[in-house]
Design a protein around this ligand. Structure first.
Ligand SMILES: [Cu+2]
Length: 223
């Protein structure tokens, strides 16, 4: 880029009043997620996921991620990846697991596999995938697969920042396991502070079914 063009971009930014947070790569979209709780303050607001959709936003770069199984739990519990990404699921427990997903963007059943074995799954469509184990009813993980490169996780104060967003009108998605998914239009750069509230007050734990659509209790298995 010539110095001349760089100066013009800077001058345009100053005229538009965007100088503090705009650069040649775009604008940082910042905001805060707030969980409305029945009582107390949410301790898991940092499990909120925020992403942008809309015309002109290119796809993200697919990557590899890992969710391991250890002590009958998935780690990490929440994973955020762009479309096309592959997730490896190594089993570190001295017994078998059977990871599956029976709703959402990618249906799969990895079958039983034992210690130090790894199976992989590629997510080709956007959506929210719930991963379970057919042996252990309490195991659950979530993979949020987003269509563009613009996504973020909230921090422990609920704050998030999505960097490098081109100016324009988009749809902002905000999701939390107990608060559900909320969509709202957003114009970048923002004209006011962005706070998105998710209502967790009607959420109630319900036990999911196994890969055959049956209850774990009915099989008489321990979990
Ligand atoms: Cu298991």
């Amino acid at each position: 880029m010539s110095t001349h063009r760089g100066w013009r971009v800077w001058a345009a930014a100053v005229i538009l009043g965007l100088a503090p947070n705009v650069n040649a790569q775009g604008i940082a979209l910042t905001g805060r997620v707030e969980l409305l709780e029945r009582k107390g303050v949410a301790k898991d607001v940092d499990e909120s996921v925020i992403w942008l959709e809309g015309p002109g936003l290119g796809g993200g770069t697919a990557r590899r991620a890992e969710i391991s199984t250890e002590d009958k739990a998935f780690s990490p519990r929440i994973t955020v990846v762009p479309v096309g990404s592959t997730i490896a699921l190594p089993n570190h427990d001295p017994f078998d697991h059977n990871v599956f997903s029976s709703s959402g963007p990618r249906l799969f059943d990895l079958g039983l596999y034992g210690r130090n074995e790894t199976r992989t799954v590629t997510f080709d469509k956007p959506g929210i995938a719930k991963l379970y184990c057919n042996v252990h009813a309490r195991m659950s993980a979530i993979v949020v697969v987003h269509a563009t490169q613009f996504a973020a996780r909230a921090d422990r104060a609920g704050r998030f920042s999505i960097d490098g967003v081109p100016p324009g009108k988009y749809t902002l998605h905000v999701w939390h396991e107990r608060g559900g998914e909320r969509e709202q239009p957003v114009t970048v750069p923002l004209a006011a502070e962005l706070v998105v509230s998710l209502d967790t007050r009607s959420w109630k734990f319900t036990q999911h079914l196994d890969k055959n659509g049956k209850s774990y209790d009915a099989r008489g298995r321990r979990y």
